[in-house]
Design a protein around this ligand. Structure first.
Ligand SMILES: Nc1nc2c(ncn2[C@@H]2O[C@H](COP(=O)(O)OP(=O)(O)OP(=O)(O)O)[C@@H](O)[C@H]2O)c(=O)[nH]1
Length: 914
């Protein structure tokens, strides 16, 4: 029984095995591995000692923080389960279809067979004690996969509704395995996730799975990789089909020039290995193809890597003679070099337990360790750049030079940056990104963190730069799916869990710093690791507790859900008192409902899931002044302000800020401008606090600003005519000290009420003048179909669904597929798939490797803009139009004004119910 790392140099004891099964041999190497397996077989999870003496930076070289990304159903969970099994982490292979997997451990995930939450798991490959147990020096003449590595694996979800879950997980990865379905090839969602990974410059390898299925086409998939993902596929393995077109039985390895054959029906731990001569005897056409694959591989690498060219000449220009170790080194250099565009491709059928161990070797051999990964982007005081540059002081120096001319409305931040930022940076002890918050029924709320610099220690005070508060980290854990071990610190480059945090949410940046101050020195308070913009939620539903006594518990559960997933939003409709939950998609809200009711045991029900329409003004309102004057909780409150509302297109507020501007900010599609002429705000105080001689004691400009902003936001949550939230609306609030401040009676709650009343009145004023309009979410839709169904799908989108077709290309414009909204890849020229090596697929003519077949099954991509309403339930319809082959992805493009006719129809439908 062998769980052998395969993509290594042939070992003396292994090389001679020829066509005998590994299992029956007893080389010294194998018996070492065997004893490890037996030992690991006796426990469900390998144990870390609580002292992390070797869990330090020097072990980082043997650590991989990787993720698996793919289209839904490509086989991520199935492959992960095999990885856990072969590494000795589990003793039996979990099955997605039976609901017994380790990674999909939420009840909702097991029930639906899809991955919803990303789970972080640590295991070792090759089996052993991971990075900690290894000698620090490595023999460079053998592959990295000959020594045990620590793999932190983040399983990312594949459904489009969970785009932000994917993005959040991607941010913390140093490398990724992209799994493709060998039958479906590169699908629309693969492109989407691929482009998201490109945004973060994540080095990747590709694994073509499901090659055991009828219709599997490795060669076609490889060519699609070049044409649709715009990278050069470096074919490292080719599939082994019995007799050329029979059952899938293994792979031929172009790096080591050997055949690997698994036995049908076994758990995959026994692998028959054969060298080229043996392969010639057993499967000669495969051996010939393997030679072609090796030549193509060396040729491709030579185009990008000088070192391999030298080796090639040293080997008398014989492609087959180049040593495997040189090829591995060259591949690694290309994978880590962002400009190379080379992506190694591997083959397998995880469900049949074939191909997973070589893939794990590739993870260790080819993907980067944390220090080799691209410098993570940070933003600090309005500047963006790499974390390593920030820590070395370069980023701040550069910014100081740029910041010498002050910019309107941003004086405070610039001033802070100029106040010896280098000194502040030197006080930074550690910074980490909370990438996942999970409510564990036994352990409480677990905050998964990736530490980027320093070491996050137990009991240290963590400042949350998103929430601007500090909390202590009482306990730290190293996680194994749903098993955990306590540790004293989590060093840079590693992933761990903080238990006991009360506030930290998914996506927050946490840092510890030297000194006893309650907040870190400026500009550290604004440090953000890889911030992401979350687009507005487009579906909503009401949540109702079963009884009044359940209200508190329901709100607590909702609070937890929001910490776990900040792309969910909760609001309360002021008039009806209803709690509304909004999210990115129907499935997103359905899952939230399941989690609330089944996992959090909240006694509540959810209403129908509806589209989140918006409302916007068609012109500018009159200036409306309101004075709030009322006794609240035994205390008189009096304050006033003037509001004007108007529609906007632009979201840039920097030009609107002047000396009198207290706030100019865009929040959720609306702008709030607060002006206070003559308030004489002094920003020069020693403690960096603002003051004004005109404000009553206990009120400072910062609380005045927050109170007015909250009031305006509350009013914007409900439009005057259709009661949908306002969008594309600018509210300008003006506070005149003489008329609107009333000494000690002016409290923050009175100011907030005055702002709310004035804004609401200005919104109502629109109805007697220009009026308002309903807005609807319009989606960027990318549909993948084959040539035969192209016509009917295009017709359906443009005539029945009121969509605009933007393009009918085979190439997908990468920016359109990037749900993060940022341009994904640079504009690199497309790659001609005809120039790419790919082995022939069964039943194809041998020349097919150079020829792209033009047939009815050629994949086509339709890019369109379609109102979200018309996309509800679209998948089912698309499947019926395309004989089950079509897939699509969509992301919010923008909210658009609706025509009077469409508005009338939608309102009638809403009143009458769907
Ligand atoms: N024939 C065959 N089926 C496979 C293979 N790998 C996975 N499957 C099946 O494909 C389906 C989807 O597999 P999963 O592992 O759940 O896919 P996933 O990518 O994790 O899906 P999500 O979690 O929903 O994103 C399951 O029914 C698997 O049994 C394979 O190599 N061959």
């Amino acid at each position: 029984m062998v769980v052998a790392p395969l993509l290594r140099l042939p070992q003396p004891g292994l090389r001679c095995m020829g066509s005998t099964l590994y299992k029956s041999q007893a080389s010294p190497m194998k018996s070492r591995i065997y004893s490890q397996i037996c030992r690991l077989g006796g426990q469900t999870a390998p144990c870390f000692s609580t002292s992390v003496s070797r869990w330090q930076t020097e072990t980082l070289d043997r650590t991989r923080n990787i993720g698996i990304i793919a289209h839904i159903d490509a086989g991520k969970t199935t492959t992960t389960e095999r990885m856990l099994f072969y590494s000795g982490f589990t003793r039996r292979i979990g099955d997605v279809d039976e609901g017994s997997t380790v990674t999909d451990f939420l009840p909702a995930e097991r029930a639906r067979g899809i991955t919803i939450q990303s789970a972080a798991i640590t295991f070792h490959w090759p089996p052993g004690d991971g990075a900690e147990s290894q000698p620090l020096e490595r023999d460079p003449s053998v592959p990295k996969s000959t020594v045990s590595h620590t793999i932190n694996l983040i399983d990312t979800p594949g459904h489009a509704d969970f785009t932000f879950e994917v993005l959040r997980s991607l941010r913390i990865l140093d490398g990724a395995v992209c799994i493709l379905d060998g039958v479906a090839g590169v699908e629309a969602q693969t492109e989407q996730v691929w482009n998201q990974a490109s945004t973060y410059k994540i080095p990747r390898v590709i694994y073509v799975n499901k090659l055991d299925r009828d219709g599997a086409a490795f060669g076609r998939t490889v060519r699609e990789v070049s044409s649709r993902l715009a990278v050069y596929p470096a074919v490292c393995q080719i599939p082994w089909f019995e007799g050329g077109n029979g059952a899938f039985v293994g792979v031929a390895d172009a790096i080591n020039l050997q055949g690997l054959r698994w036995k049908e029906g076994e758990d995959g731990r026994s692998v028959k290995m054969m060298d080229l001569e043996q392969l010639d005897a057993e499967e000669s056409s495969l051996a010939q193809e393997l030679r072609r694959a090796r030549i193509a591989l060396v040729e491709l690498l030579s185009e990008q890597d000088e070192a391999i060219v030298e080796k090639f000449f040293e080997c008398d220009e014989d492609h087959l003679a180049v040593p495997p170790m040189d090829i591995i080194d060259s591949l690694r250099r290309c994978v880590l070099d962002q400009s190379s565009r080379i992506v190694p491709v591997f083959a397998g059928a995880s469900f049949r337990n074939m191909g997973v161990q070589p893939l794990m070797d590739a993870v260790v051999n080819l993907l980067p360790s944390p220090p080799e990964a691209p410098d993570p982007e940070v933003s600090i005081g309005g500047v963006k750049g790499g974390l390593r540059r920030l820590l070395s002081g370069d980023l701040i120096v550069e910014q100081n030079e740029k910041a010498s001319a002050p910019v309107k409305g941003k004086k405070k931040k610039k001033a802070a940056l100029q106040a010896d930022p280098k000194d502040a940076i030197s006080k930074l002890q550690s910074c980490a990104l909370a990438f996942k918050v999970v409510n564990d029924p036994k352990r409480g709320v677990l905050v998964y963190v990736r530490v980027y610099s320093g070491s996050l220690d137990r009991n240290s005070l963590l400042f949350n730069t998103n929430l601007h508060l500090s909390e202590r980290a009482p306990r730290l854990l190293k996680m194994y799916a749903n098993d955990a071990v306590e540790v004293d610190s989590i060093p840079a480059g590693h992933i761990g869990v903080v238990v006991g945090l009360k506030h930290a949410r998914t996506g927050d940046t946490l840092l510890s710093y030297a000194g006893n101050k309650p907040t870190p020195p400026e500009p550290l308070t604004s440090l953000q690791l890889r911030p992401i913009d979350v687009p507005p939620p487009v579906f909503f539903t009401s949540v109702e507790p079963h009884s009044l006594s359940e209200e508190k518990r329901m709100q607590e559960s909702l609070g937890l859900l929001l910490r776990e997933d900040p792309s969910l939003h909760v609001s309360v409709d002021e008039e009806s008192g209803q709690t509304l939950l909004s999210g990115m998609g129907e499935l997103h809200l359905e899952i939230a409902r399941d989690r609330l009711i089944n996992d959090h045991k909240a006694k509540a029900s959810m209403g129908r899931i509806e589209i989140g329409y918006r409302e916007s003004g068609l012109g500018t309102s009159n200036a409306i002044t309101k004075i709030f004057d009322k006794e609240v909780a035994g205390r008189r409150g009096k304050a006033g302000c003037t509001a004007i509302v108007e529609p906007i297109d632009e979201t840039d507020v920097s030009d609107l800020a002047d000396e009198d501007t207290l706030l100019a900010e865009t929040i959720e599609g609306n702008q709030i401008i607060i002006r206070a002429p003559g308030l004489q705000v002094d920003r020069s105080s020693r403690n960096d606090e603002e003051t004004s001689p005109l404000l009553p004691p206990g009120l400072d400009p910062s609380s005045l600003r927050a109170a007015l902003q909250n009031g305006a936001l509350a009013a914007l949550a409900r439009g005057p005519q259709f009661t949908f939230p306002m969008h594309n609306t600018r509210v300008t609030l003006t506070l005149n000290a003489e008329e609107h401040l009333f000494g000690n009676d002016t409290t923050t709650s009175a100011l907030s009420s005055a702002a709310r009343q004035a804004t609401s009145a200005a919104l109502r004023d629109l109805l007697t003048g220009p009026g308002t309009v309903m807005m609807e979410p319009v989606m960027n839709v990318i549909i993948s179909v084959d040539e035969a169904s192209l016509g009917s799908v295009v017709h359906d989108i443009s005539s029945s669904r009121g969509g605009h077709i933007l393009s009918l290309d085979e190439e997908v414009p990468s920016s359109a597929t990037d749900a993060s909204g940022s341009p994904a890849e640079d504009n690199r020229p497309p790659i001609d798939p005809k120039r790419v090596y790919a082995p022939p697929d069964p039943f194809e003519t041998p020349s097919v490797g150079a020829e792209v077949p033009v047939s009815a099954s050629r994949p086509r991509t339709i890019t369109a803009k379609v109102p979200l309403k018309e996309m509800v339930g679209y998948l089912k319809h698309l499947r019926s139009l395309t004989a089950g082959r079509g897939t699509f992805v969509m992301s919010v493009d923008r909210f658009e004004n609706m025509s009077a006719q469409r508005q009338k129809a939608v309102l009638a439908e809403l009143r009458g119910g769907f």
